[in-house]
Design a binder for this molecule. Structure first.
Ligand code: SF4
Ligand code: SF4
Length: 224
């Protein structure tokens, strides 16, 4: 069980909970996910460890425009959707503060993809930037080569994270793709090698991810 929301994801880990809410932490705004958190998610997924989420609403702060460190609020479905789309996350205990939030959480299963979509809200936060970081949001789809860009990027990141956890860098002779990631990648209908390098996906990505470069990296890592 692990606390997952975008605010915690952007802060370096600490054993002192008061550090999370110190005013100076929020003064400069936020830029991208803390790399250790990212590695933790990817490591858990690559080892088949499921995460149960708590604090999906950061105690309610990120549901409030006034209290949110980003300067704008998210909705309950957006918070749940964000937590569920982190690698390795299996379930969310929503931590509702009142019966209304509980009802909204239960109604998640009935919400539309548009109501769950957090990407546009994230891209327009006044004090937060995820530039260059793939959020697996699928806004770049559809691809004319029918590549599932979010999944290819995720398996690429997982393969790299697995190797880095063993001190092996991408591109080195020791680099090996773990069986789990190679199996998942193989099961995809289209692969990075099918990329036409047309760049259409990059015009749709709210986070300025270098998708063409990622497709080339994935082709090299997986071999096709
Ligand atoms: S490349 Fe961009 S649009 Fe596509 S899944 Fe990643 S963050 Fe979303
Ligand atoms: S650049 Fe590649 S991944 Fe992006 S839309 Fe074109 S074919 Fe698809």
């Amino acid at each position: 069980m692990f606390s997952v929301n975008y605010v915690y994801d952007m802060l370096p880990g600490t054993e002192n909970v008061d550090d999370l809410w110190a005013d100076e932490v929020y003064e400069g705004g936020f830029r991208n996910m803390d790399p250790e958190r990212q590695r933790l998610y990817e490591f858990c997924e690559s080892r088949g460890v499921g995460i149960t989420v708590m604090k999906a609403f950061a105690g309610g702060d990120i549901l409030s425009e006034e209290l949110s460190p980003a300067g704008a609020a998210l909705t309950v479905p957006q918070c749940i959707s964000y937590a569920l789309s982190r690698p390795a996350v299996a379930t969310v205990c929503s931590g509702a503060r009142d019966p209304e939030q509980l009802a909204e959480s239960i109604a998640y299963c009935e919400t539309s993809p548009e109501e769950r979509d957090y990407a546009e809200a994230f891209a327009n936060f006044p004090r937060v930037s995820w530039s260059g970081h793939c959020m697996y949001c699928t806004h770049c789809h559809p691809c004319p080569a029918e590549i599932n860009i979010a999944d290819v990027t995720k398996f690429l990141n997982l393969a790299v994270a697995h190797n880095e956890s063993n001190g092996i860098k991408e591109g080195s002779a020791e680099f090996r793709v773990p069986d789990t990631e190679s199996g998942h990648y193989k099961a995809l209908a289209r692969h990075a090698g099918d990329c036409l390098q047309c760049g259409l996906c990059e015009t749709r990505c709210p986070f300025e991810v270098k998708i063409r470069e990622n497709m080339q990296r994935a082709k090299e890592v997986f071999g096709y």
